[in-house]
Design a protein around this ligand. Structure first.
Ligand SMILES: CC(C)(COP(=O)(O)OP(=O)(O)OC[C@H]1O[C@@H](n2cnc3c(N)ncnc32)[C@H](O)[C@@H]1OP(=O)(O)O)[C@@H](O)C(=O)NCCC(=O)NCCS
Length: 203
């Protein structure tokens, strides 16, 4: 299961488990023909693509939020993991995929992508290292990498409660293009998607 979003609060998780869900999410798009903004981080970090060895050796992948077997499976399936390293430690990661269809668990549906489109998902920075520009820097590096692979457009999804992720998307050259709403009340499900007209959104 690919999670596009932040880890959800426990109370919300419980509601989801019993079949009650209300999610609003922004779908973001970045056109790689445009210049990719340059991000400065507050600490010196190395951002690079993770290897199988990184995922095997680093202790961070041996426990939640992302278990090693799941991370290795993603890598074996062709997804790319970008890692942020500080003094040799993995302090953050972010995933990218070029698949044409991706299941978004929070919206309980698949989202389709066109040829030459990439999708960023499942970003995580360890709490002690947040607000230092690491997520933004991983996005910047991933955009350069995807552009070098002839990807023309990159997408991302954020829940509307995740202000930090919205900020990262906006500051790295993304625009919110659609608003998705999903409601589940036990077996009743409703999904809506609206095109956002005026760009850019989000202050
Ligand atoms: C979301 C997350 C990846 C951000 O990582 P990060 O390295 O701290 O992000 P950055 O430092 O690159 O940028 C975050 C920006 O949001 C801002 N921000 C952080 N929390 C915020 C909040 N509650 N409201 C508004 N802005 C916020 C930061 O100040 C920063 O902006 P600035 O550089 O202009 O000051 C990290 O908080 C995290 O791992 N959260 C849990 C998992 C998650 O939510 N993943 C995202 C899935 S889409």
């Amino acid at each position: 299961m690919k999670s596009a979003f932040a880890r959800i609060p426990f109370a919300q998780y419980l509601l989801w488990q019993i079949g009650l869900r209300h999610v609003e999410a922004l779908i973001w798009e970045c056109n790689l023909a445009k210049e990719i903004p340059r991000i400065e981080t507050k600490i010196l970090v190395e951002i690079r693509k993770a290897t199988v060895r990184d995922l095997r050796d680093h202790a961070h992948f041996g426990k939640p939020p992302l278990r090693r077997d799941k991370a290795l499976k993603r890598l074996n399936n062709g997804d790319i993991c970008f890692i942020a390293l500080w003094k040799g430690l993995i302090i953050g990661y972010m995933w990218a995929t070029l698949k044409r269809k991706v299941y978004i668990p929070e919206l309980e549906r698949e989202i389709a992508f066109k040829d030459e489109e990439g999708y960023l998902y499942d970003s995580f920075v360890f709490p002690d290292f947040r607000r230092k520009g690491l997520f933004k820097k991983m996005v910047e590096e991933s955009l350069h990498h995807l552009k070098s692979q002839n990807v023309k457009r990159v997408k991302g999804i954020t829940v509307t409660t995740n202000r930090a992720s919205e900020r990262v998307m906006r500051d790295t050259g993304f625009y919110a293009v659609r608003l998705a709403k999903f409601v589940r009340i036990f077996r009743f499900k409703r999904f809506e998607e609206h095109k956002l007209e005026a760009l850019p959104q989000v202050a």
